[in-house]
Design a protein around this ligand. Structure first.
Ligand code: ATP
Ligand code: MG
Ligand code: MG
Ligand code: MG
Length: 576
């Protein structure tokens, strides 16, 4: 491939809305282009990465015995009514109407449609097991689309669905997929972990997420460095014994009033010295009905001091407004809100907040704050707009680093991950309501046992970048790089020797099946190198008159700090 025939369009600056490095770099490298909130075009360079990911997934799925088909993006509502998901799913399900006023959905996943196919096509035990998959566009109207293609609304997923005659066979199919996923993720060349995930009421232990390890990941994963235990935080929390309850001290008595608080006042309120770092701070929100009216006030300010036991959280009312304080345990708060740890509310400050003397903590108009009693809450509370916002899951956990691992092998560690795959045993959750049965050996109809298996095809490039980048740009693993090798000729327009050598190497690499790009755009060396470092092509070969005189080319891996001089034939050794 020649760069002049391809399409390369890089940017110096990242767009203002790009919060995470993968979103910034994918945009700057010209891999994606935003069309609307959570909706992106994959530009030629980005699409090459997506196609390489798809090819690996397809190869391993086929090898594992799954069969590819393609199901529709737009699906009639009646199938979703059959399983009850038309009612059960909230606004994340995109509903549309056709010209006859009939209801449709844009698929967020395809259990209904594949189960409909199975109930028509798989009639006998002799046709089982069967595993159907497709690689297809999904739409989820995410509450907060963000981070570019990491959490977009339109995205591409590989979703597979297994059909079996009984639970034992379904569990065997699940294990085949769990193994295939390991093969797939090994091939991507990313550091990842398979972790136990919550499977709801049905699955027992048969649900695992595949998490790409990255400090910026949205999920916390808990594992034992000395053993085999690994789970996502929700699962780990569900298994952990409830936090020890502590007796509540005197309840709050005073009614707070709106206003502003200085840090000094907050420090006094929290009974901490100035310059104390508050580990976590969460405001839980009111429950609001469709008309926007507050139906139940569930708003508290929770403060966890850095030097505290994780299980002990200060529950207060309004910062700086002399509300009373008492200690509460996580269990009490969970009881109070009737929710799981980690789901206390939509806003919190994940990063430590330093309470310093000269800073005023603004009480602004965004939040209702206080107790869930009438007249015990006020509106207009916030902690200054300069503070980072994060999900309330923050540090409200009863599983912490250093706890004994459930497998008894050493202490637990916690790291962050990005969910890129999910395998799940479904049982008869869809086959029963949709009456998807087969005839067993005795001619009796039996519900099919199912499993489902997803991979976030277009989330993967972003996850790969979160894990592999530096200050100059992306560093792709070979397997999913848009090009494996880039040839950068210097002065190709002036020097016939450079041109000939560049084209020769290009043709030889191509002939050897290497995905190579020849940069014949005629850019100056500095700009050319900066582009390829940003785009993150793993192998670069520079060809110049000076080098050719010595019979040498310059090879440099994207992770190398300097180039190595090699004879032309030597390039192959670095690449294969
Ligand atoms: P998340 O917890 O991140 O919302 P999920 O658990 O809702 O993901 P699944 O229903 O398990 O997602 O879908 C399978 C895979 O699809 C996920 O593991 C993820 O890689 C990908 N995926 C899900 N939602 C999105 C999205 N909004 N944008 C891009 N990829 C997504
Ligand atoms: Mg989701
Ligand atoms: Mg998830
Ligand atoms: Mg999932």
């Amino acid at each position: 491939m020649k760069a002049s025939q391809f399409f390369i369009s890089t940017l110096k600056e990242a767009p203002a809305d790009a919060e995470v490095v993968s979103h910034q770099l994918m945009t700057r490298a010209g891999m994606i282009k935003k069309l609307g909130a959570g909706i992106y075009s994959y530009m030629p360079l980005g699409l090459r990465v997506v196609r390489k990911i798809e090819a690996i997934v397809r190869e391993e799925m086929n090898r594992a015995g799954a069969v590819e088909l393609l199901m529709p993006v737009v699906q009639p509502a009646e199938f979703w009514q059959e399983t009850g998901r038309w009612e059960a799913m909230g606004p994340e399900l995109m509903r549309v109407k056709d010209r006859h006023d009939r209801d449709f959905i844009i698929q967020p996943t395809s259990e209904e449609v594949v189960t409909d196919i199975a109930r028509q096509e798989l009639r006998s035990y002799k046709q089982l097991p069967k595993n159907f998959y497709h690689i297809q566009t999904k739409f989820r109207d995410e509450r907060r689309p963000r981070f570019g293609v990491m959490r977009s609304r339109e995205f591409i997923m590989k979703d597979a669905y297994s059909f079996d005659r009984d639970m034992a066979a379904a569990k065997a199919s699940y294990q085949v997929m769990a193994q295939a996923y390991r093969a797939i993720f090994d091939r991507f060349g990313l550091r990842y972990r398979a972790v136990a995930a919550d499977s709801g009421a049905i699955g027992g232990d048969l649900s695992e997420e595949f998490q790409v390890i990255a400090a910026t990941g949205e999920d916390a994963i808990v594992y034992s460095p000395d053993g085999d235990y690994a789970a996502n935080m929700e699962k780990a929390e569900a298994l952990a014994p409830a936090a020890p309850r502590k007796p509540a001290s005197a309840p709050m008595t005073k009614t707070p009033t709106p206003g502003k608080a200085t840090c000094a006042e907050v420090a006094e309120l929290l009974q901490v010295p100035l310059n104390t770092t508050v580990k976590s701070l969460v405001l839980a929100t009111d429950q609001v009905n469709e008309r926007g009216e507050v139906v139940k006030s569930q708003v508290w300010l929770l403060l966890l001091r850095g030097d505290h036991d994780m299980n002990e959280i200060k529950v207060g009312k309004v910062p700086g407004l002399d509300a009373g304080f008492r200690f509460a345990t996580v269990a009490e708060i969970v009881d109070h809100f009737g929710t799981k740890p980690g789901y206390l509310g939509p806003i919190g400050l994940k990063k430590p907040v330093k309470i310093v003397a000269d800073r005023e903590v603004a009480v602004m108009s965004d939040w209702v704050c206080g107790a869930n009693e009438e007249d015990f809450h006020i509106t207009g509370v916030n902690w200054g707009r300069d503070l980072p916002e994060a999900d309330a899951v923050a540090d409200l956990r009863n599983v912490v680093e250093g706890d004994l691992s459930p497998d008894g092998k050493g202490a637990l560690a916690i790291e962050r991950g990005i969910e890129v795959g999910h395998v799940f045993y479904l049982g008869t959750k869809y086959s029963k309501p949709m009456n998807a049965t087969f005839l067993d050996e005795t001619g009796k109809p039996q519900p099919m046992e199912m499993g489902c298996y997803g991979i976030g095809i277009t989330r993967l490039p972003a996850a790969a970048i979160e894990q592999n980048h530096d200050e100059r740009g992306i560093i792709w693993p070979d397997a999913i790089a848009p090009f494996t090798v880039v040839i950068c000729p210097i002065g190709m327009d002036r020097s016939a020797e450079v041109k000939a050598a560049a084209e020769k190497l290009h043709d030889e690499l191509l002939g050897a099946g290497v995905d190579v790009l020849l940069d014949d755009r005629g850019e100056r060396p500095g700009a050319m190198f900066a582009d390829w470092e940003l785009i993150g092509v793993p192998h670069r070969v520079v060809i110049s008159d000076r080098g050719l005189k010595e019979g040498q080319l310059e090879y440099q891996h994207r992770r190398d700090s300097a180039a190595t001089k090699v004879p032309a034939a030597g390039v192959f050794e670095f690449i294969q």
